[in-house]
Write a protein that binds this ligand. Structure first.
Ligand code: ATP
Ligand code: MG
Length: 425
C-alpha cells in the first residue's frame, strides 16, 4: 500500500483485485450456463498471434490496426501482436482446426483478456476482458436471431439492467461497394468539416467515417445517405426476417440506420448494446455478421456472426448483489495462546472434512477476532477454551442465531456440515 511504490502496473492495465475478481468469475460462470443453454462450446485461442491475422481481418484503416495494437518482432524476426479482439483468432483457429468444408454450424464462445493501446479512461482500458461468441457456417437470419437472443439472455442474467439493443444492416459486399461510392460523393464536398483522419478515410475507407466519435464528424455525417436504404433484395429480406423473429420472440430492439462498426470485416446485420449508465463509453456489447471473413482468411466460403461483451464495462453498471465474495464459513479461535496448537489441529480437521475454515495468526485479541468474524460475515465461530480442550470439546457459535453449543469435534463437524449442506468429499 506504499504511496510511491517502486513499480506500478502499466497505464490502462490494472490489477484485478479480489472483489472484482470474484465478480468476473461469477460473470464467467453465469455466462457458461447461458452458453450451455444455447449450445456453444468453449475455445481458448492464444493471446499472441501473427500480426497479419489481425491486419488482414480487422482492416488496415481501422483505429485498432492503425494505432492500438501491441505489436512487436519476436526472436525469430516475425511480427506478432497481442490480440485486440477475439473474432480474428477464432476464425483463424476455425480454419486451422474445425472447418469441415464449412457446411456444419460451429458455435464457439470465449472469455479472456484483449489488448488495445487506447487512451485509458473510465470503461476504456488497455488490457480489458471480453466474453464473446461466434457462430460459423451459415447465413440464415434465424442464426442472427439466436445470437441476439443469446446476448439478451446473457445481459439479463448478468444483471445488466436497462440495456438497449440497436440493430442495423450494412449489406453485403456488393451493397457496400455501391453505397461506398454514394457516401464518398456525399462527403467529398464536406471534407473540411471532418477531422484529419476522416478526411483521409473519405478516400481510403469511407465507411469508417460513420464510426468516428468526434462530435463534428458525427454532425457532418448526419445527413448522409443511410446504408439501410441501399440494400439489395437478399439483404433486405434477411434483415426483415430477423426483425420479425425478434418481434415474435419478444426481444426488444431499436433500429439505428447510422450504426456501423469499427472493424472492416462486418457485413449484413450488425448490432450494439448501449447502457445509459456508461456515459461516453456507452457500448457494453457489440457484434454482427461477417460473411466474407472466413473466405478472406483462406477458409471455406461460409457465413458467420458473433458478438463480444465488455466485461469491465458491464461491471460498472451491473447489479452485484448476487455476487458472493468467497470467504471461509468458519473461524477457529483459541481463547488463549497456549491453545493455539489445539485450535490449529481442529482447523485442519474441519478442512479435511470440507469445511472452509480459517484462524488468525496476527496476534489479535479474542474480542478483536470475534469482531472480525462478525464483520466478515462468518457463519460459525469455533471457540476453544481450556475447559473445552480438557473435555475434548469445542464451543460452536452459530452467528446467524447467536446460539452456542458445546460439541465434540466430530459432532461439531457434522453440525456445521448439516447447516451448510456440505457434501462429503
Ligand atoms: P468502442 O466503440 O467503445 O471503442 P468498440 O467498437 O471498439 O467499442 P468492440 O471491438 O466491438 O468495441 O468490442 C466489444 C465490446 O468490448 C465493446 O462494446 C466494449 O464493451 C468492450 N471494449 C472495447 N474496447 C474496450 C476497451 N478499450 N476497454 C474496455 N472495454 C472495451
Ligand atoms: Mg474502440
Amino acid at each position: 500500500m506504499g504511496k510511491d511504490p517502486k513499480f506500478r502496473s502499466l497505464k490502462g492495465m490494472p490489477d484485478i483485485l479480489p472483489e472484482d475478481s470474484a465478480c468476473m468469475r461469477w460473470m464467467e460462470e453465469r455466462s457458461r450456463e447461458i452458453f450451455r443453454l444455447f449450445g456453444f462450446s468453449e475455445i481458448r485461442t492464444p493471446l499472441l498471434e501473427d500480426t497479419r491475422v489481425f491486419t488482414r481481418s480487422i482492416g488496415q484503416d481501422t483505429d485498432i490496426v492503425e494505432k492500438e495494437m501491441y505489436s512487436f518482432t519476436d526472436r525469430g524476426g516475425k511480427s506478432v501482436s497481442l490480440r485486440p479482439e477475439g473474432t480474428a483468432s477464432v476464425i483463424r483457429a476455425y480454419i486451422e482446426n474445425l472447418a469441415s468444408g464449412g457446411t456444419e454450424l460451429v458455435k464457439l464462445f470465449y472469455s479472456g483478456p484483449m489488448f488495445r493501446g487506447e487512451r485509458p479512461q473510465k470503461g476504456r482500458l488497455r488490457q480489458f476482458h471480453q466474453i464473446g461468441v461466434e457462430i460459423i457456417g451459415g447465413k440464415n437470419p434465424f442464426i442472427d436471431a439466436e445470437l441476439i437472443m443469446c446476448l439478451d439472455a446473457l445481459l439479463k442474467n448478468l444483471g445488466a439492467g436497462d440495456f438497449k439493443i440497436f440493430i442495423n444492416s450494412i449489406g453485403c459486399s456488393g451493397d457496400r461497394k455501391a453505397y461506398t461510392a454514394k457516401l464518398k460523393d456525399y462527403l467529398s464536398p464536406l471534407k473540411e468539416e471532418l477531422c484529419e483522419n476522416c478526411r483521409r478515410r473519405v478516400q481510403s475507407n469511407v465507411l469508417r467515417v460513420l464510426d468516428c466519435k468526434r462530435p463534428r464528424c458525427r454532425n457532418t455525417v448526419k445527413g448522409a445517405p443511410a446504408i439501410t436504404d441501399n440494400l439489395c433484395k437478399d439483404c433486405l429480406d434477411g434483415y426483415s426476417t430477423l426483425k420479425n423473429i425478434l418481434y415474435a420472440s419478444g426481444i426488444p430492439f431499436d433500429e439505428k440506420p447510422d450504426l456501423v462498426r469499427g472493424l472492416d470485416y462486418y457485413t449484413g446485420t450488425i448490432f450494439e448494446v448501449m447502457h445509459p449508465g456508461l456515459g461516453a463509453q456507452d457500448a457494453v456489447a457489440a457484434g454482427g455478421r461477417y460473411d466474407d471473413l472466413t473466405a478472406d482468411m483462406g477458409g471455406p466460403d461460409t457465413g458467420a456472426t458473433g458478438f463480444a461483451l465488455g466485461v469491465e464495462r458491464l461491471m460498472l453498471i451491473m447489479d452485484r448483489s448476487a455476487v458472493d465474495l468467497p470467504s471461509a464459513d468458519a473461524v477457529v479461535i483459541p481463547v488463549d495462546e497456549a491453545l493455539r496448537a489445539d485450535a490449529f489441529r481442529l482447523m485442519v480437521k474441519f478442512r479435511r472434512r470440507g469445511i472452509a475454515c480459517e484462524m488468525d495468526h496476527t496476534g489479535r485479541s479474542l474480542k478483536a477476532q470475534m469482531r472480525k468474524a462478525n464483520k466478515e460475515g462468518r457463519r460459525f465461530v469455533a471457540l476453544l477454551g481450556e475447559d473445552e480442550a480438557r473435555k475434548g470439546k469445542v464451543l460452536i457459535k452459530d452467528m446467524s442465531e447467536s446460539a452456542q453449543r458445546e460439541l465434540a469435534a466430530d459432532e461439531a463437524i457434522e453440525f456445521i456440515k448439516e447447516a451448510l449442506s456440505v457434501k462429503d468429499g
